[in-house]
Design a protein around this ligand. Sequence first.
Ligand code: FAD
Length: 441
Amino acid sequence: MSAPTWILGGGVTGLAAGRASGLPVLEAAAVPGGICSSYYLRPGTTTRLPTPPPDGDAYRFEIGGGHWIFGGDPRILRFIRALTPVRAYRRRSAIYFAASDTFVPYPIQHHLHRLGPDVAAQALREMLNPPAGTPRTMAEALAYRFGPTLTDRFFGPFHARYTAGLWERIAFQDGYKSPLNLDLVIRGAFDGAFDPAAAVGYNVEFIYPEDGLGALMQRLAAGGDVRYGHEVVRIDPAERRLFLADGRALAYERLLATLPLRRMLALTGLSTDAPPDPYTSVLVLNLGAVRGPRCPEAHWLYVPDAPAGFHRVGFYSNVDPHFLPAPARADGDRVSLYVETAFEGGTEPTDAEIARRTRATVEALQAWGFIGEVEVADPTWIPYAYTWAWPGSTWREEALARLRAHDIWMAGRYGRWVFQGIADSLQEGLWAGAAMTTEAV
Ligand SMILES: Cc1cc2nc3c(=O)[nH]c(=O)nc-3n(C[C@H](O)[C@H](O)[C@H](O)COP(=O)(O)OP(=O)(O)OC[C@H]3O[C@@H](n4cnc5c(N)ncnc54)[C@H](O)[C@@H]3O)c2cc1C
């Protein structure tokens, strides 16, 4: 009998691939879903529960912070709905300037009148007259698109935090996250009654499973052969053998891997001529607290100037009260949140640093009146969160080709080093899994 094909990683991409192909999935963790998994915390406790307790008295959080399912092919959304019931939501997001305690609806470039007539006029002039030349870095591209006024006020400080300082060195990507429609910019600069926010951006509407993201991942996993607790620690591409943390070795014919591309090069010992592209890690702090008197109604806020250094605050319970402990849902006096702070990849903070940041974050949110007394504060370190590229880099293509030459095929956001969300990861996993088991005729 020939050696099997293994799928590496049981996040959404690997689970979908396993389901489409019937191939076994090797997953290091004890639960499915990777970054897309939910867990539960009773108020005043620190022990994570994989499922809600029978009395429902627990906050529901996600490992990677709020994960909303937006975009996606309609057939994939139909597939998700067939697995688990979902609810649909309409985005409410804003920029929060902490220093001036000001909220500006997202996207800021379509709401210039909120910045006052002088700033609006200056920013508009700059956007209508972009400089000559071709921007190379993210910093240059943002200044080119939005002009120095808006870049100094928002895009610069926000992206400096979001990319952990890389924005002046990396290529611009994911431009759709900062949409620019000059008609809407002009109307939004002068007309305070016009609400251009409703129509634009990549996540105007999103869906989320009624029973939580974890339930969707469990139902996706239930259709496949997932081997939990199987951490791959080394791969010998010449001998086609992989080694597990428990000492076992497994032969393979081909691999479909969803682990981060950089990690796969390290596991296989393969190298590239081009220097590796960078990535950022994220510290996600999940909080359950008494709702503060000035807690906004937004689903999430982009914050360019928080003293504690974070760049985004999301409010799970503003999306749906089901994130709150059942006994607290009717009163509306609690709130659950996620707070994201970015770090350059490979610079993991110590436990003491995480504790210090947790305190600073809570103090900032309390000072702004967003939260009162904290009931749970639970941080998670996401080592690979956002993948980036150096301008003109050929590393990604080279790395994928090196692995392919050994019949190791990469899939997913981290595997292929591309920006994509849950729906696209699910779609990619389904077709990659199907392709691995389809022979040419
Ligand atoms: C902060 C943040 C917020 C996000 N918000 C959204 C959002 O709102 N909406 C959205 O659509 N998308 C969002 N995303 C993107 C979304 O998380 C990804 O698209 C998706 O999780 C990618 O799934 P994946 O299976 O490819 O990777 P992963 O979830 O990383 O899965 C990889 C799996 O491999 C396993 N693994 C790792 N190493 C090994 C090993 N050595 N051996 C065996 N198994 C291993 C891991 O345990 C994991 O289960 C967000 C991402 C981040 C970082």
